[in-house]
Design a protein around this ligand. Structure first.
Ligand code: NAP
Length: 259
């Protein structure tokens, strides 16, 4: 299938590792140009190197902490200055900590929401006027199945994800007026640095291998590249009629009718 992404310009937040990196490399392989941003310089440089030939003149890595509104503006500005447009925004940089409800302090809630919820809102608010002027654009929010399965041990992330599922649909309503398509993606367990970090919270005393097997009915966790393939399709003109949908990719781990 030809995705028709050639010549498009995408911003992938958190594009230096995991799902974001696989997505950025995928866009490059399809002929798009990409701006990736993250805090760590080393992983950004590695990503640019990994891009190899595909990346020549078509990838820019920017160090930015997306809890900072000014940094968000700078990323979008850099993309526009370098490539002259923004066709696709993949809101992906986000992480919320699990933990005990009674002991997690206010700062844990506000810090994690500042990145995972408000970072997505600010990014979208920054690119929307550009997309509106272009008369076209796509925003993809990478959210998480924590939205679908409320857990006492993952309230900060679960609640942020539920809010982002709502935000995706509300932004779709707004975006439609300006030719901007909006889609949410809810990944289940995907083997990344982030999953490894929080594995012990969800492993219920099992070994690493057993815990990973038990996470989905398919007996395995997902790969970043599998999520990236879905993101690329959703960002492409082939998905032109998919708008305001929140799509689950979780190996069947959340079998509810709304998932
Ligand atoms: N992996 C899963 O199982 C899973 C499941 C559900 C949802 N998700 C969601 O999918 C998205 C990607 O997850 P992942 O597993 O691929 O994560 P990951 O491997 O930990 O990568 C996270 C990326 O975000 C960047 N980042 C983190 N904090 C940032 C900040 N304050 N400002 C800018 N960039 C920042 C990281 O780079 P630096 O650290 O250098 O900044 C990195 O590039 C997240 O929104 C996550 O919540 C993942």
């Amino acid at each position: 299938m030809q995705l028709g992404l050639e010549g498009k310009v995408a911003i992938v937040t958190g594009g230096s590792k995991g799902i974001g990196q696989a997505t950025a490399l995928g866009f490059l392989a399809e002929g798009a140009s990409v701006v990736v941003c993250a805090r760590g310089k080393e992983a950004l440089e590695e990503t640019v190197q990994l891009a190899g030939q595909h990346g020549e003149g078509r990838i820019v890595g920017i160090q930015a902490d997306l809890t900072d509104g000014q940094a968000i503006k700078a990323v979008v500005q850099k993309c526009h200055d370098t490539f002259g447009r923004v066709d696709i925004l993949v809101n992906n940089a986000g992480s919320a900590r699990p933990g005990d409800f009674l002991t997690l302090p206010d700062d844990a809630w506000t810090d994690d929401w500042t990145l995972k919820f408000f970072g997505y809102v600010r990014m979208a608010r920054e690119v929307l006027p550009i997309m509106k002027q272009q008369g076209t654009g796509v925003v993809i929010n990478i959210i998480g199945t924590g939205a679908l399965k409320p857990m006492g041990s993952y309230m900060i992330g679960g609640a942020a994800n539920a809010a982002l599922n709502h935000f995706t649909k509300a932004l779709a309503d707004e975006g439609a007026k300006h030719g901007v398509r909006v889609v949410g993606i809810n990944p289940g367990p995907i083997l990344t640095e982030r999953l490894e970090k929080f594995l012990s919270t969800f492993s219920a005393g099992n070994s690493r291998e057993e815990a990973l097997k038990k996470m989905t009915p398919l007996g395995r966790v997902g790969e970043s590249a599998e999520v990236a393939d879905l993101i690329l399709f959703m960002a492409s003109p082939r998905a032109a009629f998919i708008h305001g949908a929140n799509i689950t990719i979780d190996g069947g781990a959340n079998p509810g009718l709304m998932g």
